[in-house]
Design a protein around this ligand. Structure first.
Ligand code: RB5
Length: 166
């Protein structure tokens, strides 16, 4: 399994340890940074990981920030992404079983190291149940599609009026 990982400055210290842990277990890891302790804006990192997931360059993503919340909000703006902030066994398990989450967002500040690795392990190993849950995910995709088409027709409308003026 290929995994893209990224963090802002809050997750900067723990990220290399997670990368090592993943590689020891046979996962292929793509590290998108950040590459120094200087403060960075979490949406930039979230977008980098989310785009790789959305475009199928990787199977899953892992994002770390202070709470895991900002990363999740930002990553979910990208088409096809189901990013979830998980903070215990149950949220890790259910986000896979029912939501087929493809990006795990973790709090670097609030989770102890033992729990953090436990959450990652559960999240990576738990399969999606499919069935009625797949139908619900299709509805989420349909919302994305509807919005994308709306934007597309708005753009076409703008282009059309510009052509009419010129
Ligand atoms: C950065 O200070 C902090 O806001 C960020 O790491 C994250 O927790 C945002 O949700």
């Amino acid at each position: 399994m290929r995994i893209a990982i990224g963090s802002d400055h809050r997750g900067y210290q723990i990220r290399p340890r997670i990368i090592e842990w993943l590689q020891e277990r046979g996962y292929e890891v793509i590290d998108v940074g950040s590459h120094s302790q200087d403060p960075v804006d979490y949406p930039d990192i979230a977008e980098a990981v989310a785009m790789k997931v959305s475009q199928g360059e990787v199977d899953r993503g892992i994002l770390l920030c202070g709470t895991g919340l900002g990363m999740s909000i930002a990553a979910n703006k990208v088409r096809g992404v189901r990013a979830v902030p998980c903070h215990d066994d149950l949220t890790a398990e259910m986000s896979r079983r029912h939501n087929d989450a493809n990006i795990l967002c973790l709090s670097a500040d609030l989770l102890g190291e033992r729990l953090l690795f436990r959450v990652i392990e559960i999240w990576l190993k738990t399969p999606f149940e499919g069935g009625r849950h797949a139908r619900r995910l299709e509805k989420i995709s349909a919302i994305e599609e509807e919005i994308a088409q709306e934007i597309c027709s708005q753009k076409k409308g703008q282009d059309g009026s510009e052509t009419a003026r010129s």
